[in-house]
Design a protein around this ligand. Structure first.
Ligand SMILES: *[C@@H]1O[C@H](CO)[C@@H](O)[C@H](O)[C@H]1NC(C)=O
Ligand SMILES: *[C@@H]1O[C@H](CO)[C@@H](O)[C@H](O)[C@H]1NC(C)=O
Ligand SMILES: *[C@@H]1O[C@H](CO)[C@@H](O)[C@H](O)[C@H]1NC(C)=O
Ligand SMILES: *[C@@H]1O[C@H](CO)[C@@H](O)[C@H](O)[C@H]1NC(C)=O
Ligand SMILES: *[C@@H]1O[C@H](CO)[C@@H](O)[C@H](O)[C@H]1NC(C)=O
Ligand SMILES: *[C@@H]1O[C@H](CO)[C@@H](O)[C@H](O)[C@H]1NC(C)=O
Ligand SMILES: *[C@@H]1O[C@H](CO)[C@@H](O)[C@H](O)[C@H]1NC(C)=O
Ligand SMILES: *[C@@H]1O[C@H](CO)[C@@H](O)[C@H](O)[C@H]1NC(C)=O
Ligand SMILES: *[C@@H]1O[C@H](CO)[C@@H](O)[C@H](O)[C@H]1NC(C)=O
Ligand SMILES: *[C@@H]1O[C@H](CO)[C@@H](O)[C@H](O)[C@H]1NC(C)=O
Ligand SMILES: *[C@@H]1O[C@H](CO)[C@@H](O)[C@H](O)[C@H]1NC(C)=O
Ligand SMILES: *[C@@H]1O[C@H](CO)[C@@H](O)[C@H](O)[C@H]1NC(C)=O
Ligand SMILES: [Cu+2]
Length: 606
């Protein structure tokens, strides 16, 4: 049903086009899916921990939603001690206003013991692998699960079945302890990961206290079949590198939700937020007989951290080959292999850069189409505190970092409703300042612009007499829209080098790609390592662009972008949106009140 009230106010409001009716989401409303988030003492991989979980499970349950539809997902914050949001990671152009799940950017968080109905859309050609995760504090590390947009018709590749490989890291400290430590002066670093989780399970070598919660995940497959493995790096801090024993060749067919031409690899390297789907050919009975076994390890190691953390899962063939004796024996899922079966290489800088090609032409903007370039200089500031600055600014939703900290008093989208004059970023001032609006500390862009973003890292700056110059790797993630990844390189960014490297390639659309560091350190303030994206600005709204390393986010490594003018963004006027404009407003339901909700999809096709 599509409703437009022709209101008198319309004539007076320059920026507002349409008004919508509020719907009461009482018992007569059935959401397409429900997620419930709790916090409880749980034992994970041998460690007892007070943990944020979706539907009591790790990872959260897979959500499968159709393409080309509007989908309502009800998210309950059943926690008593924290706020919550849910972000639909990678679903670009898919979140109606107030549904992207970025607290203090696009919406208020869901208060404890309340729920919120997220309105999403899945445009054509979005079929692929995504994930949902909380965007509050460190909850993301465990409050996350696979989000699959189903192919509306047969996918472009044939396979017999699919399996999800969901990677997470787990931590001994609680979410709150980690956030507090990172925001403390002096810095109280929460330490390295206590282990990798593969589909929620692991056997940690790091201080397990409860052996009964340790186990290896088993990925069951059948001989001779072809599988689509959906690999999702819902990780926190470390770079993941993994491969499969005796299965040394598989084909990437999708990256961050877009199909690619087949690209054969023997391992995957993934940063937090990235997804790759691969076609994996299972061995035949004859091949398995040669190898003499049904179980093969998947070996996963960390890179770019102080130490290498190694964990495993088991790829297990069903015994339809009727093996007997030792060939039919399973490996134990209660212990790791005695020796690592594989030798995995060091970090592969520029993994798959310039190599992936789209399956259909994807309208990559050439250099001549770029209307504006924004350079984001990224640098760690080491003092008593540690802060990650982007063009001199650090941004968090709740932070207390002492240096150049930006925490808005209310979400930007709410601010725009409250006072556009004061809160709409000044486009001219921002352009003159290289992209960053000096007042709101946001990056404005006009609909129709083609922006090139250059991420350039500088060696850490230090005030406390330490050596300085350190570098890190950063998987940068964009909300709101996918970007064409134009690759990266060592040293100082140089536009002619970018063009040379792009020559003859067909860049793919991504939502998360890695700014590598190439070395652990360089000179203080010295430029080293860059990555370039191109974006077509066609999706009005308030969108975050941030490093997806959770620790770095909490230490400020986030930017906020405002795409479009007020008239593009504020398509529904006050007072209709009133319930969205206050923390705990009536768009949040609880045990006694049904939420009062707008259906922004009613505007579609207007
Ligand atoms: C999550 O749990 C709720 C009940 O607690 C259930 O209704 C819902 O279907 C579950 N969600 C998924 C995606 O399985
Ligand atoms: C979780 O465990 C801790 C430590 O054992 C305990 O202090 C706390 O009360 C427990 N919390 C809940 C909600 O059970
Ligand atoms: C929840 O969010 C509100 C609004 O941003 C904030 O005032 C409050 O302190 C937050 N609560 C917690 C427990 O973080
Ligand atoms: C999406 O695909 C469907 C089915 O092919 C088609 O009917 C519809 O027009 C498409 N929508 C858009 C916006 O292209
Ligand atoms: C995990 O945390 C507990 C409680 O803080 C501590 O006693 C234990 O040593 C920690 N274990 C590891 C492996 O860090
Ligand atoms: C140990 O882990 C098991 C399995 O997850 C769990 O049932 C048990 O309660 C845990 N024990 C303790 C003391 O936390
Ligand atoms: C299978 O993998 C193991 C461990 O990497 C290796 O030692 C062995 O040689 C491999 N077998 C074959 C036939 O490649
Ligand atoms: C294995 O045994 C089953 C049941 O006896 C039979 O149907 C199947 O064909 C056998 N498979 C092979 C590969 O021999
Ligand atoms: C191996 O594990 C599978 C389940 O993963 C089980 O069905 C099978 O019986 C086990 N085989 C042996 C010999 O224990
Ligand atoms: C902090 O912000 C001010 C004003 O924008 C700027 O001049 C200064 O360089 C920034 N500090 C750092 C360490 O970047
Ligand atoms: C909006 O902000 C402007 C500039 O700061 C100020 O002059 C004006 O009074 C504000 N309007 C309202 C309604 O708060
Ligand atoms: C950029 O690279 C080109 C081609 O390699 C080189 O000629 C030029 O000097 C470089 N520019 C700078 C500023 O380093
Ligand atoms: Cu980072």
């Amino acid at each position: 049903m599509y409703l437009v009230r022709i209101c008198l106010a319309y004539l007076h409001l320059i920026t507002v086009a349409t008004s919508l009716d509020t719907h009461s989401h009482d018992d007569s409303f059935t959401p397409d899916a429900v997620l419930r988030v709790t916090r409880q003492n749980t034992s994970i991989g041998g460690i007892n921990r007070y943990t944020t979980l979706v539907n009591n499970s790790l990872p959260g349950p897979p959500l499968r939603i159709p393409e080309n539809q509007v989908v309502w997902i009800r998210v309950y914050n059943d926690m008593t001690d924290d706020n919550l949001t849910m972000h639909w990671h990678g679903l670009a152009q898919a979140a109606y206003p107030f549904s992207d799940g970025t607290p203090l950017a696009s919406q208020w968080p869901i208060p404890p013991l309340h729920f919120f109905d997220y309105e999403l859309q899945t445009p054509n050609d979005t079929a692929g692998s995504y994930y949902y995760h909380s965007h509050v504090g460190f909850q993301t590390s465990t409050a996350a699960g696979p989000l699959i947009v189903e192919d509306p018709v047969a996918p472009p590749y044939e396979f017999d079945g699919e399996r999800i490989i969901f990677l997470q890291e787990f931590w001994n400290h609680t979410d709150q302890e980690i956030v507090k430590g990172l925001e403390s002066t002096p810095l109280n670093w929460p330490g390295e990961t206590n282990g990798w989780l593969i589909n929620g399970k692991t056997i940690s070598d790091w201080g397990a206290v409860n052996r009964s919660s340790e186990a290896l995940s088993v990925i069951d497959i059948e001989p001779g079949k072809k599988y689509r493995f959906r690999c999702i790096a819902a990780t926190s801090l470390s770079l993941a590198i993994f491969a499969f024993e005796n299965h040394t060749s598989f084909d990437i067919i999708e990256a961050d939700g877009s199909y690619t031409q087949p690209n054969t690899v023997n391992l995957l390297q993934m940063g937090s937020g990235q997804r790759y789907d691969v076609l994996f050919q299972a061995k035949t009975c004859d091949e398995l007989k040669q190898l003499g076994k049904l179980d093969y390890y998947m070996q996963l190691e960390s890179r770019e951290r102080l130490s290498v953390v190694t964990n495993y899962a088991v790829l297990r063939y069903t015994n339809s080959c009727n093996f007997t004796g030792s060939a039919a024996k399973n490996v134990s899922t209660k212990s790791n292999p005695d020796e690592p079966p594989l030798v995995l290489p060091p970090t592969i800088n520029g993994f798959l850069d310039y190599a992936l090609k789209p399956i259909i032409p994807n309208n990559f903007p050439s250099a001549s189409e770029v209307t504006r370039r924004v350079i984001i200089n990224i640098q760690l500031i080491e003092d008593q505190y540690y802060t990650w600055l982007d063009n001199g600014i650090d941004w968090t939703e709740d932070g207390s970092d002492p240096l150049n900290h930006t925490t808005p008093a209310e979400p930007y989208l709410v601010s725009l409703y409250n006072n556009q004059t004061a809160n709409l970023p000044n486009y001219e001032a921002a352009v003159n300042a290289g992209g960053l609006d000096p007042v709101t500390k946001t990056y404005p862009a006009k609909i129709g612009e083609v922006i090139e973003i250059v991420f350039q890292q500088l060696g850490a700056h230090t005030y406390d007499g330490e050596v300085g110059g350190s570098l890190d790797f950063h998987p940068w993630h964009a909300h709101g829209n996918h970007f064409w990844d134009a690759g990266g390189g060592d040293g100082v960014w140089n536009s002619s080098v970018v063009e040379q490297q792009l020559a003859g390639t067909q860049p793919v659309l991504r939502d998360t790609t890695i700014l590598y560091r190439y070395n652990e350190s360089t000179g203080v303030d010295e430029k080293k390592g860059w990555r370039v994206w191109r974006l077509r600005i066609d999706d009005p709204g308030v969108w975050m662009v941030h490093c997806h390393t959770l620790q770095h986010m909490i230490m400020g490594m986030q930017t906020v972008w405002v795409h479009g003018d007020a008239k593009d963004i504020l398509t529904v006027p006050r007072p209709d949106v009133e319930g969205y404009l206050t923390y705990g407003g009536n768009v949040n339901g609880n045990s006694s009140h049904a939420p009062q909700v707008l259906h922004f999809s009613e505007l579609d096709g207007a």
